[in-house]
Design a protein around this ligand. Structure first.
Ligand code: NAP
Length: 261
């Protein structure tokens, strides 16, 4: 039996990953802050697929909670075979207009948490010579797009290099690189996405289906949708300065600020 630990499993892409792995017959360990929502996900998957889902409520920005999740990942008696580093959030204002504490929290959740949890799970995976780490990055990480994009660029680069290092041990590593996806992300970040056309939106289940296929095919990076694969191609081939200037237009200082763009 394969056991999958998913962070940020209470909503959006994390809940979709839980469903995707449950449909494949995996056991789950569900991590997020909201215990009631995790219980509801676990119960629904138990009913639909007979999934054994353990609920592990944790605020991953709290050192004690994070250590408990790391301990669960390192347990030899109840091995975790697949880690999905998914929990994340964005900020409403670009750097440097958000409070520096919020910037630090975002960087910790997007970078430090996956680093620490991956460090906890890998020794067991290497020993057992099986398993995988999926890191949820973002198309924003392919482009020069502020501090959120910079953190996601770290996630993608980390995953691509780790994949090569873990290959000899039979451990797979995949960077999942979604574009705009219909989850709670934008609302929680206070982003106004009303001007975005329907065509840019992805469904969480589509991102997960594609990711699970790419994992099976041992691909390094999973990008859902031709539109976003074209962005990725353009991001690699267009002059970096040109792309950075284009992207700067999508970031706005808070209204009324002294140096509003
Ligand atoms: P979401 O619906 O807001 O889900 C975020 C998840 O992270 C929730 O389950 C939340 O659960 C959890 N979380 C937040 N802070 C946490 C903390 N301190 N400790 C533990 N869990 C925490 O957004 P989503 O779109 O599914 O986001 C999942 C990942 O996809 C993120 O890494 C995001 O950056 C990435 N992504 C999203 C999009 C998009 O357009 N949606 C695009 C590209 C990449 P609790 O509130 O219960 O803790």
């Amino acid at each position: 039996m394969t056991t999958v630990l998913i962070t940020g499993a209470s909503s959006g892409l994390g809940a979709a990953f839980a469903r995707g792995f449950a449909a494949k017959g995996c056991d789950l360990v569900l991590v997020a802050r909201d215990k009631d929502r995790l219980d509801a996900v676990a119960e629904a998957l138990g009913r639909e697929f007979g999934t054994a889902a353990e609920v592990l409520p944790a605020d991953l920005l709290d050192a004690g909670d994070r250590a408990a999740v790391a301990e669960r990942l390192a347990e030899r008696a109840r091995p975790v075979d697949i880690l999905v580093n998914n929990a994340g959030f964005g900020l409403p204002a670009p750097f440097p207009y958000s409070p520096v504490e919020d910037e630090e929290r975002m960087l910790d959740l997007l970078v430090k948490v996956p680093l620490l949890l991956t460090h906890a799970v890998l020794p067991g995976l290497r020993e057992r010579r099986r398993g995988a780490v999926l890191n949820v990055s973002s198309v924003a990480g392919l482009l020069p797009t502020g501090t959120y994009g910079a953190a996601k660029a770290w996630v993608t680069a980390f995953s691509e290099s780790l994949r090569v290092d873990m290959e000899p041990y039979g451990v797979r590593v995949l960077a999942v690189v979604p574009g705009f996806t219909r989850t709670e992300f934008q609302e929680r970040a206070g982003m106004d996405v009303s001007s975005l056309r329907d065509a840019v939106w992805l469904e969480p289940d589509a991102v997960v289906d594609r990711a699970l296929r790419d994992l099976a095919l041992r691909r390094p990076v999973s990008i859902t949708g031709g539109r976003y694969r074209a962005y990725a191609f353009a991001a690699r081939h267009l002059p970096r300065g040109f792309v950075a200037r284009k992207m700067a237009r999508t970031r706005r200082a808070p209204a009324g600020g002294p140096d509003e763009r």
